[in-house]
Design a protein around this ligand. Structure first.
Ligand code: ZN
Length: 69
């Protein structure tokens, strides 16, 4: 019986380690191992830059349309 209980506590310890995974503050995705967060955040940055570029194009078009009217 004791051996079984020890085995259970070992399983809980492993689960605690898994819970230490980092959470991305931008999309809430959980990363494990923690080293995965860096390339993940880089992907967020690239996506954000693309969005800003597209938004600027749209703003330029809108401003141009206002000039025409
Ligand atoms: Zn994320």
């Amino acid at each position: 019986m004791e051996a079984v209980l020890n085995g259970d506590s070992k399983t809980i310890t492993i689960e605690n380690k898994t819970l230490r995974a980092v959470k991305c503050e931008k999309c809430g995705a959980k990363m494990y191992p923690t080293s995965l967060l860096k390339p993940h955040l880089y992907r967020h940055q690239r996506r954000h830059r693309w969005f800003v570029t597209e938004l600027r194009k749209l703003q330029y078009t809108m401003a141009h349309m206002r000039d025409m009217a």
